[in-house]
Design a protein around this ligand. Structure first.
Ligand SMILES: [Zn+2]
Ligand SMILES: [Zn+2]
Length: 222
């Protein structure tokens, strides 16, 4: 376990979720326990994922004391889940995702390449973009195979799994995008919409086009 000295003076805490503190200068602290009992596991800037800008908020990256199976280090953060691939690799650190080492070493994919564009549902994008999403970007865990929204000849950025409440917070456009994709309307939609939940039963996955800002996404259930 690496030790970190944190010059707290230069920072102000802007987000406290119990397990994470995000400071004004973009540095995350991964913690265990709350308040005074908080133990700092790690404090650092996460790598920049252009198609998944805040993997901590979406829940794809979590605090972890485990050793990353790719670099052999315990760096305080890890991928929550196992990527697609031949080996069941858990606790991959975000740095080994970002620099492509996890993919190069073990051939894993964080999103199925065919899932980028939603198996033909949305635009086809260049191979380099598909590979950046599939091989070097944290994925997310859907109930079914994950679909990654594409628009304007690019993959969109993932905003997170969402329930009714989160979608409503994102505004009417977000709700409409998910409704339209579901193919439901009227009372059927209202019933389905009321069941959408970030973690249980049925979940929506929202994306935003990096070029024009168009929201996109879908929902699924188990
Ligand atoms: Zn690693
Ligand atoms: Zn667009």
């Amino acid at each position: 376990m690496q030790q970190f000295k944190v010059p707290i003076k230069s920072r102000y805490r802007i987000w406290d979720l119990g397990r994470f503190h995000l400071y004004g200068n973009g540095v995350y602290q991964a913690c265990e326990g709350r308040g005074r009992n908080c133990i700092i596991l790690s404090s650092m800037e996460l790598p920049d994922f252009k198609y998944h800008p805040n993997p901590i908020a979406t829940g794809s990256i979590v605090p972890s004391v485990e050793v990353c199976p790719v670099c052999g280090e315990s760096r305080g953060f890890a991928y929550d889940g196992t990527p697609y691939g031949t080996k069941e690799l858990e606790h991959i650190c975000p740095w080994c995702i970002a620099d492509g080492l996890a993919h190069e070493k073990f051939g894993v994919e964080f999103t199925d390449t065919e899932g980028v564009g939603g198996y033909g549902q949305w635009e086809k994008v260049p191979k380099e973009i598909v590979e950046e999403v599939a091989f070097r970007t944290p994925g997310f865990a859907g109930w079914q195979q994950e679909h990654w929204y594409t628009h304007c000849d690019d993959a969109a950025e993932f905003l997170g799994p969402m329930g009714k409440e989160e979608l409503e917070q994102m505004g009417p456009e977000a709700v409409e995008v998910v409704r339209e994709e579901s193919g439901q309307q009227g009372a059927d939609w209202e019933c389905y919409f009321s069941k959408l939940d970030r973690k249980f039963t049925a979940t929506a996955y929202l994306f935003r086009c990096r070029r024009c800002g168009q929201l996109g996404g879908y929902s699924d259930c188990h």
